[in-house]
Write a protein that binds this ligand. Structure first.
Ligand code: AGP
Length: 609
């Protein structure tokens, strides 16, 4: 998730761009850059690092142009570096891009064969070369953009400059957000409202497959067939702070609602329904490599550890490779038995968690091959691992992990399926069926999010409770742990996650009318056992809030409150279950008035032991 901004107007273009990028830094901040006209040429200033570094670099420079584009980066393809920073210029075209070009490798090869030389590792650079190529063949800028879009697959919000038309800026939207600001004799494009709000409150919200052509003469909108289309300007009355949270009250709530998009981005280009298989361009393993692994160690902390526990079920279930899931701080001190046939997978959103990093280094010291599943490109964990697969959740501002957790589950699912297919435990048909269900998950997540008001009512109903018990079985047990962690870390209400079958070995003594019990009871092979656990709680006067499958016609009369999730494969249920658990915790914390985005005593990344 990056931030792009563009400007056409009489103000100091570089200043407007930098100001806009500052307001978009929450979308990504590992490198930044601008492209501005000066004496008829496009001047580019870009570098790795924070925006302040770019500001220092530009200080004192005066560009005479009235058109420019800017970018703040959250790396997905290519490490943070000056060369990989946007804008990317090829010939007379400069581009800034937010999104993922799925077919950038074949396009890169195609363009190289036509003599094009690439200077970055990014997917974005192919866009500037492609447009420039069509212009060289005689197309106008607008037609060259349309021709290039016809070749590109993936998601993009683009800002495009052309040296041949120095007062023109083109914006394009497909799946990544893009808004247009209309001021007095000036125009803006941006990934998000905050970048433009200080200059205007009149916006046009672009839809997928639309382009905007801006010049000092005015603004026009088109579809990808090049046909002019009408677009209705709207007035936005948000404050700048509200705008940064996309109108949500907290970053955490915004990030909970971003999860369908985060899953789509993480899935992009990695699941082949036709082959019934998954692919990671980052992993060069073939079947013989995978056959080498006799055991897999999944190491993580906190919420990422809960993802590791789900990963154990997924990998063992699909590939039959034995898996241990361990907490980083425990693993590193128990003299673990490792070696070259033991793959160590470290899972970390930040890639900077000290205990997880130390566990990874212990694994390397003992000769284990290592793989990181991480959300931050070039983080310490990513650099220390032999291999890395990135989640593409974008920056997560809320301290409580939400979208990064579900994208970790998606990567673990894809990896498990790959291992299962490679080792012959999953047929192509089985793989295809699983992928078809996986592809539906983002839509199903949207359905659950629509039911958020019902979850808010449940939160209100149990607000006075002092203790909660969360129960789950099998692959859903880690979600009981995660639900309990979410509640305690942001609302400060005590909560415990427990295997449902363990209740009679102690926790059942806690059950009374004062302690709500959240039970995860989606359809799977242990559903009947979970129903019995629910009855054990009810028989002792306990209150039960159940999370169940939409098709369940039994459970509603057995529980006090019911949250339904769409039917899916049991191995995909954890991804859907995360949302109601996050929302329940969020609404309770919000009602209690705690600092949801920065709960007391917590840090987003625990970089110390
Ligand atoms: C969970 O909501 C917390 N943010 C915390 O438990 C977190 O998951 C843990 O500190 C691990 O962080 P990491 O994923 O960045 O390694």
């Amino acid at each position: 998730m990056c931030g792009i901004v563009g400007y056409v107007g009489p103000r100091n273009t570089a200043e407007v761009l930098l100001d806009g990028l500052k307001r978009l830094e929450y979308r990504g901040y590992d490198s930044a850059g601008i492209a501005v006209f000066h004496q008829g040429k496009i001047e580019i200033r870009r570098n790795e690092g924070k925006l302040t570094k770019l500001e220092e670099r530009i200080r004192g420079e005066n560009f005479d142009g009235e058109v420019g584009i800017g970018h703040t980066r959250w790396a997905t393809h290519g490490r943070p570096s000056d060369e990989n920073a946007h804008p990317h210029k090829a010939g007379r075209i400069a581009v800034v891009h937010n999104g993922i070009i799925e077919n950038y490798l074949p396009l890169r090869e195609f363009l190289k064969k036509r003599g094009r030389r690439f200077t970055s590792e990014t997917d974005t650079e192919v866009i500037s070369h492609l447009i420039d190529e069509f212009i060289r063949e005689g197309a106008s800028l607008f037609d060259a953009v349309l021709l290039a879009l016809d070749k590109i697959q993936g998601s993009y919000a683009l800002g495009i400059l052309f040296e041949g038309e120095r007062d023109c800026l083109i914006g394009v939207k497909k799946e990544s957000p893009l808004v247009v600001g209309i001021g007095e004799g000036e125009y803006f494009i941006a990934s998000d409202i905050p970048a433009i709000l200080p200059y205007t409150r009149t916006f046009v919200f672009m839809d997928d497959g639309e382009l905007v052509l801006i010049s000092r003469k005015g603004i026009r909108f088109f579809n990808v067939r090049g046909e002019a289309i009408p677009k209705e300007p709207k007035r936005v009355d948000w404050t700048p702070v509200m705008a940064e949270k996309g109108g949500f009250k907290h970053f955490m709530l915004k990030e909970i609602f971003e999860q369908p998009r985060a899953v789509i981005d993480t899935l992009r280009g990695r699941a082949s329904e036709e082959k019934g298989d998954t692919l990671f361009e980052e992993l060069s393993w073939d079947d013989s490599d995978l056959k080498r692994f006799r055991r897999i160690s999944l190491i993580a902390c906190g919420t990422s550890y809960h993802a590791a526990l789900v990963g154990k079920f997924l990998i063992e279930g699909f590939s039959r490779i034995p898996v241990e899931a361990d907490i980083g701080s425990e693993f590193r001190y128990r003299n673990p038995i490792l070696g070259e046939d033991n793959l160590l997978i470290a899972i970390s959103q930040s890639g900077e968690t000290a205990d997880t990093l130390a566990a990874l280094r212990e694994g390397k010291r003992k000769g284990s091959p290592t793989l990181a599943i991480c959300n931050v490109v070039e983080s310490s964990l990513a650099r220390d691992s032999d291999h890395v697969i990135y989640t593409r959740a974008g920056p997560e501002i809320g301290v409580a992990s939400t979208k990064t957790f579900v994208t970790q589950l998606v990567i673990l699912f894809l990896l498990s399926l790959r291992m299962g297919r490679s080792l012959g435990h999953l047929s192509q048909e089985e793989g295809r069926s699983l992928i078809q269900k996986l592809i539906r998950v983002p839509h199903q997540m949207e359905e659950i999010l629509k039911a958020s008001p019902k979850i808010a009512e449940i939160a209100q109903k149990y607000l006075e409770a002092k203790d909660f018990l969360y129960l789950g079985r099998g692959i859903n047990f880690p979600l009981a742990l995660e639900g309990a962690l979410k509640l305690k870390e942001i609302s400060y209400i005590h909560a415990e996650g427990y295997p449902a079958g363990e209740m009679k070995h102690g926790p059942i003594a806690l059950i009374d009318r004062e302690m709500p019990v959240v039970v995860i009871a989606t359809q799977n092979e242990v559903y009947d056992k979970v129903l019995s656990n629910i009855e054990e709680v009810k028989a002792r006067g306990g209150k039960v809030i159940a999370l169940a499958s939409q098709s369940d016609r039994t459970i509603s009369k057995k529980v006090d409150d019911l949250i339904l999730i769409p039917d899916t494969h049991p191995t995909l249920a954890p991804i859907l279950l995360a949302i109601p658990l996050q929302l329940l915790a969020y609404y309770m914390a919000d009602l209690k008035g705690t600092d949801v985005d920065q709960p007391r005593n917590l840090a987003k990344s625990v970089t110390v032991e």
